[in-house]
Design a protein around this ligand. Structure first.
Ligand SMILES: Cc1cc2nc3c(=O)[nH]c(=O)nc-3n(C[C@H](O)[C@H](O)[C@H](O)COP(=O)(O)O)c2cc1C
Length: 202
């Protein structure tokens, strides 16, 4: 393991359940792979831009002259994509917001899921160019979604598995921190999730 990229999204700092569990995971990774580089990308601290027309053109243009003019807009996407591709393991620690991912995480995804860099269309369909890498998702939610009536409302885990599979990352393990808004479950939710960090195959 040379590099771990850990994307954290919650703006709730010390209160954040997903960050608390991500910290436990970072500690375990540090014990197992002391020489691996841990890159923590805090999307609550740096607001990534949503894709605008200029950035889209900058990412797509193969023309070096035009590319130079649009360089600033492409540089951020290039940097984030390089960082992802330089990592053996991607950790995404995210809250569920309105049954989906926070828009800050979607902004990151829009900047790194790029034709020619992380996927391409070949004769046999989509070819994920990030293959060989692994991912761990830490997902915190107020309710319970892994079972029961709210299960169909979970647009976090299915979406993240799908988009990571699209770029070739099929080896995805998940730690759920569920019931943060349910008084009977909340007190133990983070501890249980930290216990399951111990069971991850790393
Ligand atoms: C803006 C917002 C939207 C939320 N939407 C949902 C939701 O749709 N479903 C849910 O179960 N919990 C929802 N929650 C609760 C969070 O998922 C829960 O507090 C979780 O612990 C947040 O992760 P964090 O502790 O890492 O910040 C929402 C919280 C906020 C602040």
């Amino acid at each position: 393991m040379k590099q771990v990229l850990m994307i954290e999204i919650s703006p709730r700092g010390q209160e954040s359940a997903s960050r608390a569990v991500a910290d436990a995971l970072a500690a375990r990774l540090g014990d197992l792979y002391p020489s691996a580089r841990l890159v923590r990308r805090d999307l609550a601290a740096v607001h990534l831009p949503h894709l605008d027309g200029t950035t889209l053109r900058a990412i797509a243009t193969p023309d070096p002259a035009e590319g130079a003019r649009l360089e600033d807009h492409a540089r951020l996407s290039d940097r984030l994509t390089d960082e992802l591709l330089a990592s053996d393991l991607l950790v995404i620690a995210t809250p569920m917001w309105n049954f989906g991912i926070p828009s800050a995480l979607k902004a990151w995804i829009d900047l790194v899921v790029r034709p020619g860099r992380t996927f391409r269309y070949g004769p046999d369909g989509v070819d994920g160019l990030a293959k060989g890498r692994k991912a761990i998702l830490v997902i915190a939610s107020g309710g319970v979604f892994t079972e029961g009536p709210w299960r169909p409302w979970d647009f976090v885990e299915p979406y993240l598995r799908q988009i990571l599979g699209f770029i070739g990352i099929a080896d995805v393990q998940v730690v759920r921190v569920e019931g943060m808004n349910i008084p009977a479950l909340a007190p133990d939710a983070v501890r249980k999730a930290k216990d399951s960090v111990g069971a991850l195959v790393l």
